[in-house]
Design a binder for this molecule. Structure first.
Ligand code: HEC
Ligand code: HEC
Length: 269
């Protein structure tokens, strides 16, 4: 007892107690402090995947398989990426209702938060194209004329010159692009839904995709709606040529017949 109290009065005792107290506080803080930002993100991500998995089992697994491996009713989803899910569900194509040549767009039945969760789950099955960010699809600094060139070379054969869409073989069709969200246009290019080819960033860099989006938005804006009257389908030389043939040439023929009829009359008299 005497020894202990002697030690307590040791000049270093106060320092030791202080150090121990500090260590204990630090340890307690580390144990109970809120998780760091990175950890919080990780937890949010795994929560999203967890929720997405639940939504998936109810709405998608019957056609795409319990682990996204695909069934006879729907293709495999391993590796299609979050962009494919955001596009398919965000445009109302998925969940599909009945088999057919092409799954049509319908009313979107999931909220954007649920779509994000579904996308997180499918992306966790295998890496694939990622949903573009706001700046990825921003029209800022995009070149509309360049976009027009790119659109005519890469897209017009199916979607028509101004993106009005058109029929393809076997009952399939390329949809009208008017009014489609820039994010979904970007995702369509990234993932190539159905019979559309995909245009990954390696072959069509971000800037070119933004140029194309700017072109689609410009030719379909209300100011661009054919100030001269009929748009003739925006087909350009083809429909305008046809118009010329029918009305122009037709008119010429009518005049020729009129002239001929009058010359004949003139000869008779
Ligand atoms: C009735 C069956 C059915 C249901 C239910 C269904 N799908 Fe699909 N899904 C299909 C078919 C069929 C295709 C192929 C579409 C096509 O070729 O037009 C497809 C295509 C997809 C694609 C595109 C794959 C690719 O290769 O780009 C994604 C992504 C997708 N589905 C996600 C989902 C999600 C998420 C759900 C649930 C919300 C869902 N699907 C529900 C049948 C279904
Ligand atoms: C070989 C024909 C073909 C080409 C080339 C093509 N597409 Fe498509 N595109 C399609 C088809 C078919 C669909 C419909 C897919 C579906 O419904 O699942 C489609 C769908 C889309 C959609 C979705 C529209 C909507 O209503 O949700 C966009 C956006 C799109 N294409 C943009 C483009 C762009 C931009 C290009 C050029 C870079 C392009 N496409 C090239 C055939 C094509």
């Amino acid at each position: 007892m005497k020894k202990l109290s002697a030690r307590r009065r040791h000049p270093l005792a106060a320092v030791v107690v202080l150090l121990l107290a500090l260590a204990a506080t630090g340890g307690l803080y580390a144990a109970f402090a809120p998780a760091s930002k990175a950890q919080a993100d990780d937890t949010a991500q795994s929560l999203a995947i967890e929720e997405g998995k639940k939504l998936y089992s109810v709405g998608c697994a019957s056609c795409h398989g319990t682990g996204g491996q695909g069934t006879t009713d729907g293709p495999q989803l391993v590796g299609v990426g979050s962009a494919a899910v955001d596009f398919q569900v965000g445009t109302g194509r998925m969940p599909a209702q009945q088999p057919g040549a092409q799954v049509p767009k319908k009313k979107v039945i999931y909220s954007q938060a649920e779509i994000d969760q579904l996308a997180a789950y499918v992306a966790s099955l295998g890496a694939g194209p990622v949903v573009p960010t706001k700046s990825d699809v921003s029209p800022e600094g995009a070149d509309v004329a360049k976009g027009g060139d790119l659109f005519r070379t890469n897209c017009a054969q199916c979607h028509n010159f101004t993106g009005k869409g058109g029929a393809l073989t076997n009952g399939k069709y390329a949809p009208d692009l008017n009014g489609v969200d820039p994010k979904h246009i970007y995702e369509a290019m990234l993932t190539g839904p159905q019979s559309m080819p995909s245009f990954p960033d390696s072959t069509m860099p971000n800037k070119q995709k933004r140029d194309i989006i700017a072109y689609i938005k410009t030719v379909n804006s209300s100011e661009a709606q054919t100030p001269g009257g009929l748009s003739l389908g925006g087909l350009g030389p083809v429909s305008e040529g046809l118009f010329g043939w029918i009305f122009g040439l037709g008119g010429l023929i009518a005049v020729a017949i009129w002239v001929a009829a009058h010359t004949a009359k003139a000869k008779k008299s």
